[in-house]
Design a protein around this ligand. Structure first.
Ligand SMILES: NC(=O)c1ccc[n+]([C@@H]2O[C@H](COP(=O)([O-])OP(=O)(O)OC[C@H]3O[C@@H](n4cnc5c(N)ncnc54)[C@H](O)[C@@H]3O)[C@@H](O)[C@H]2O)c1
Length: 251
C-alpha cells in the first residue's frame, strides 16, 4: 500500500475556502481522503466544494468561525455524526494584518490570537478525545516562518500567534505521542494567496530577493507537505515545525 495516500481517512480542513486551505483540501481529495471543510466564508467554501466534486470526491462543508468555541463544538459534533471518526485535522484558517506596534490596538491583538491561536486550540480540543480512543490521529497546523523569527512588517501580533502555535503543537506532540498521534506544524514563507499578496509589492520583492529559490511559494507546495505529514509515510515525525519557505531560513 502507498503510505502517502489517505484512502479511507476522514480529514477536516479549516480555512478551506481559499489559498493554502483550499489547496490542502484539493490534495487530500486527490489522495483519497473523505473531507469535512470548514470556513467562515460560505460562498468561497461552496466554490471549493464544487471544484473538488468535479474531481470525483464529495466533501461536506461546514460554515463556522474557528474562534467561536461554541460554533466549533457544534460543527465537530455534526462532522462526527456524519463521518463517525476524524483521522486528520489540518488547522489552516488564519488572518494577517500589518500595523506598527505603537499604533496596534489591543482589540486587534486579541482578535489575532483568538483566530490564529485559539481557533487552532478549539479545533484540536474537539478531535483529540476520539483520536486518543482510537490511538490514531494526525494534526497539522499552519504556523509561519514569522512564528520562528518574528516579523519585520509590523505584524508582531501575527508572529506571536504563529509562535504560540509552534509551542502549543510541540507540547501536544509530547503529551499525546504515546497514543499514536502525530502533531506537527508547517511554517510557510511567503505564499501566493490572497493573504500572501496582501503583504504588498515591496514585501513580496524583498522576500524573493532573500529566498534561495528566488520566488514566492505556491499553495500546492505547502499542501503537499501537509499531506505528507497527514499520511502514514510520516509516521515517525512528530512535534516538528517544518519550514516550507524555498530557503529563506535555514535551521
Ligand atoms: N500566504 C502566506 O504567505 C502565508 C505564509 C505563512 C503562513 N500562512 C498561513 O497559512 C494559513 C492560510 O493562509 P492563506 O495564505 O491561505 O490565506 P487566505 O486568506 O487565502 O485564506 C485563509 C482562509 O481562512 C479563512 N478564515 C479566516 N479566519 C477564519 C475564521 N475565524 N474562521 C474560519 N475561517 C477563517 C478565510 O475565510 C480564508 O478562506 C493562515 O493560517 C496563514 O497565517 C500564510
Amino acid at each position: 500500500m502507498d503510505k502517502f495516500l489517505l484512502d479511507e481517512k476522514v480529514a477536516v480542513v479549516t480555512g478551506a475556502g481559499s489559498g493554502i486551505g483550499k489547496a490542502t483540501a484539493t490534495v487530500f481529495a486527490e489522495r483519497g481522503a473523505n473531507l469535512a471543510l470548514i470556513d467562515f466564508n460560505k460562498p468561497n467554501l461552496e466554490n471549493v466544494a464544487r471544484d473538488i466534486k468535479q474531481k470525483g470526491s464529495s466533501p461536506k462543508i461546514y460554515v463556522s468561525d474557528v474562534s467561536d468555541a461554541e460554533s466549533v463544538a457544534q460543527v465537530f459534533e455534526s462532522i462526527l455524526s456524519q463521518f463517525k471518526k476524524i483521522d486528520i485535522l489540518a488547522n489552516v484558517a488564519g488572518i494577517w494584518e500589518s500595523i506598527p506596534f505603537l499604533q496596534l490596538p489591543m482589540t486587534n491583538i486579541r482578535r489575532m490570537l483568538d483566530i490564529n491561536f485559539l481557533g487552532y486550540v478549539n479545533c484540536t480540543k474537539m478531535v483529540l478525545p476520539g483520536m486518543v480512543k482510537r490511538r490514531y490521529g494526525k494534526i497539522i497546523s499552519v504556523a509561519s516562518v514569522a512564528g520562528k523569527e518574528g516579523s519585520a512588517l509590523g505584524s508582531s501580533h501575527y508572529a506571536a500567534s504563529k509562535g504560540a502555535i509552534n509551542a502549543f503543537s510541540c507540547s501536544m506532540a509530547r503529551e499525546f505521542g504515546s497514543y499514536g498521534i502525530n502533531i506537527n506544524t508547517v511554517c510557510p514563507g511567503l505564499i501566493q494567496t490572497p493573504m500572501g499578496e496582501a503583504t504588498g509589492q515591496a514585501g513580496m520583492e524583498g522576500y524573493v530577493k532573500k529566498c534561495a529559490l528566488k520566488r514566492m511559494g505556491q499553495p500546492e507546495e505547502v499542501a503537499n507537505v501537509i499531506s505528507f505529514l497527514a499520511s502514514d509515510a510520516a509516521s515517525y515525525v512528530t512535534g516538528q515545525a517544518w519550514l516550507v519557505c524555498g530557503g529563506t531560513r535555514f535551521d
